[in-house]
Design a protein around this ligand. Structure first.
Ligand code: AR6
Length: 177
């Protein structure tokens, strides 16, 4: 599914983000940039050791922020590492921190003149954020960036499994854009 936002594109896809050929793919990192499971494990496995070497030099990334490295042997030339919030029931500023992860990732993409970015569903795996609530925050943050900035021109959510894809599709259709 894809929709136009001004002259830009917002797309939902089912798949594995490590196979994306976007200019940058976004990693669901932890604040130590230490690697882990889920998207993080898959990106470091597919991209090779140079990504972790760069992460070690950067040293860390607070929740809601983002940093950028090269893409190693991935198709994507860059990896934007962001740290989403751990879900603690919804009363610990999780929505604002999750929105901030998307906003800061997109700001980095703009700053580096990147035309296309692929996001996974940040925080909805190991960090336990409920899917539909996360999808609403994610889409709102991305749409607002696409409406107000020249770059990136294309944002794709690469969703791992029907459950995530269906949740994002339901939320996007419900936004009546
Ligand atoms: N492509 C796209 N989406 C994926 C892939 C993939 N290859 N693999 C998993 N997902 P998670 P988080 C989905 O756990 O919740 C790590 O250990 C997955 O189904 O990757 O932000 C880090 O080091 C889920 O919907 O990220 C952190 O410690 C979504 O991606 C912590 O987990 C996010 O799942 C971050 O947790």
């Amino acid at each position: 599914m894809q929709i136009a936002i001004k002259n830009k594109i917002l797309r939902l896809e089912l798949g594995d983000i490590t196979e994306s050929a976007a200019d940058a793919i976004v990693n669901t990192a932890n604040s130590a940039l230490a690697g882990g499971g889920g998207v993080d494990g898959a990106i470091h496995r597919a991209g090779g050791p140079s990504i972790m070497e760069e992460c070690r030099k950067i040293g860390g990334c607070p929740t809601g922020s983002a940093v950028i490295t090269g893409g190693g042997s991935l198709y994507a030339k860059h990896v934007i590492h962001t740290v989403g919030p751990v879900w603690r029931g919804g009363g610990k500023n999780e929505a604002e921190l999750l929105a901030s992860s998307y906003r800061n990732s997109l700001k980095l993409a703009s700053k580096h003149n990147l035309r296309s970015v692929a996001f996974p569903s940040i925080s909805t795996g190991a960090y336990g954020y409920p899917l539909e609530e996360a999808a609403a925050v994610a889409m709102k943050a991305v749409i607002s960036h696409l409406s107000e900035n020249e770059l990136p021109e294309e944002v794709t959510f690469v969703l791992f499994g029907e459950k995530a894809f269906n949740a994002y599709e339901k939320v996007l259709k419900g936004m009546n854009l």
